[in-house]
Structure formats: C-alpha cells, structure tokens
Ligand binder design. Structure first.
Ligand code: TA6
Length: 288
C-alpha cells in the first residue's frame, strides 16, 4: 500500500529537485527542470547514473548526465531545437509517495505559450519515477489534450539515460545482435545489422538500433545491469569518445570513460496521437 508523503524538496546548485527514498534505502533524485533524474542508488549499492562534474546547472538548460527526457523531437530530426523542448522546461511535481516496495514521484509538463509557438499542439507529459530494491522504473506518458476537432500530432521521444561505468572499454552491451542500426557518426551510411553479441565501445559511438524486443544487459567485470524497455522500440547507444568529449564545455576530459548512454527511444516510427489519445513507454534498470 502506498502512502502519500511530504516530498523531500532539495536544491541542487540553485535548481529545485525531489529526493526519493524507499524503505529499503534505494534512492533517486529528480530535478524538476526537465523531470531529469540525476541520481539513482539501488538499495545497498553505489551510484549507477553518470552526471558530469562540469555540468552547468542553468535554468533552461539540461544537466549533462542522468536521464534527460527527449520530446517531441529526437536530435535534429525535425524543425525544433535539438532533442526537443521537454528537457529544458520546468515540470510540476504532481505527487510523491513511499510504498511498501518503492518510492515514487510523478512529474507533469503541459503545453504553454512557448511550446505552442514552436509546436502548435496541446499535450500533457507525465514522467513517473519509481525506485526500490535494485530497480529504477521510468515511465513516460504522452496525452493529446486538444479538443476533439484538433489536428493529430506525432512525436519522437527518448529517455536519454547516462549509465555510469567504471571504465567504458571494459563494458559490454549484450542483446543487440541482429538488430539493424544507423551509424550516426557516418551520416548517410546504410542501415546495417549488429554482428556482435557483446558490443564493446572503443571509439566514438552514436547508433540508433531499431526494433529491439528483448532486454539488454550491460556487463562490467564487477557487476551487471539489466535494461528493459516497453513500448520504446529503438535503442540509442552513445559515447562521444575522446575528441568530442574534449570539445564539450560541460564534460571533463576523461568523462567519456565513465559513461555510456543506453537510451530507450521511439525514433524510427514516430507515435501519432489523435485528440484524447495517450501513449506510454517505460525503461527499467535492474542492478544485480
Ligand atoms: O542520443 C545521442 C545524441 O543524439 C548524440 O548525437 C549526442 O550528441 C547526444 O545525443 C547529446 O546531445 P546533447 O544535445 O545533449 O549534447
């Protein structure tokens, strides 16, 4: 049974955030700006998300790391700002509860004048963040809140999850073999099937895998992480590597060695919603 509890509101370098603590000690911290999860520590375990220590905590800018929410456009695949606007906007904390097995928070973002000027649609987004035991569950809901005679809209979305790794060259990502991927480091190159059962990262990597249907496993020599997703058919795997990382003002020179983005996404076939319709997608991280 869940109990409503007073959310623990904290300040992270001047930006408001909510800290979730489950009864078993698992914790997560969510910045209200962008509904960006910045920290996840499973019960009895260390931090599992990467956040750059050089991040600027600036109003209207996403922090470099954690889990930025990408909506309604992925990257530059459309007319909007890169990766859409949801990650830059202040979300509202709707509720926060501590249950028997987890602690959760629900955050909401609705259209406003600025979003309508860029993207003329009425929408409501809800991100539910639940933490408990070894799990972090992130569920994104999108609703078309326009009147019955409004135009349908379509969108792309992603949970742009920055996973913390001890040394990226030691990590292996399993579960992608056979999926067609687009190599975004080689624009215009044809889709190709992933040949490897255990993807190793040893160079700049920026790939979109389409049509994933099974959980992924990120293996490190000392631990593993299962990455499950529902209704997010695509997976983005990103590491900027040395040169791009050095060119990023908000990353330390060796930051690329401590992170790997494994993103649950819907990119290849954008979701279309009629007025009144809803969609949801979920990414779950399970630490062993
Ligand atoms: O998801 C991968 C990606 O689109 C990369 O191309 C990379 O640039 C990354 O996102 C970060 O984008 P950002 O706008 O947050 O700098």
């Amino acid at each position: 049974m869940s109990q409503a509890s007073t959310p623990e509101l904290i300040d992270i370098q001047g930006l408001p955030a909510v800290r979730l603590r489950a009864r078993d000690g698992a914790q997560a911290t969510v910045l209200l700006q962008g509904a960006q999860v910045l920290s996840w520590t499973p019960a009895g375990g260390p931090e599992r998300l990467y956040v750059s220590e050089q991040s600027a905590y600036t109003e209207g800018q996403p922090v470099r790391g954690g889990v930025p929410v990408i909506f309604p456009q992925f990257e530059k695949r459309g007319p909007l700002q890169r990766h859409g606007f949801a990650r830059n906007k202040p979300w509202t904390l709707l509720r926060s509860e501590v249950g028997r097995d987890d602690a959760l928070a629900v955050l909401r973002l609705c259209d406003d004048e600025a979003t309508r000027a860029a993207w003329p649609h009425a929408f409501a987004l809800e991100l539910t963040v639940a933490v408990g035991g070894g799990r972090l569950d992130l569920e994104l809901e999108v609703e078309h809140t326009g009147p019955a005679d409004a135009e349908p809209f379509s969108f792309m979305a992603a949970l742009h999850t920055y996973l913390r790794v001890r040394e990226v060259e030691e990590a292996r990502l399993k579960g992608l073999r056979g999926l067609d991927f687009q190599d975004c480091t080689r624009p215009g190159s044809p889709l190709q099937p992933e040949p490897s059962a255990a993807l190793a990262i040893g160079d700049e990597t920026d790939r979109i895998y389409f049509g994933a249907s099974q959980p992924l496993v990120l293996e490190e020599p000392h631990r593993g992480l299962v990455i499950e997703s529902q209704q997010f058919p695509d997976v983005v795997v990103w590491n900027p590597w040395e040169a791009k990382c050095a060119a990023m003002a908000d990353m330390p020179a060796l930051g690329f060695r401590r992170m790997l983005c494994v993103e649950a996404a819907v990119i290849g076939e954008p979701v279309a919603l009629q007025p009144g319709e809803q969609w949801w997608g979920r990414q779950s991280l399970v630490a062993d």
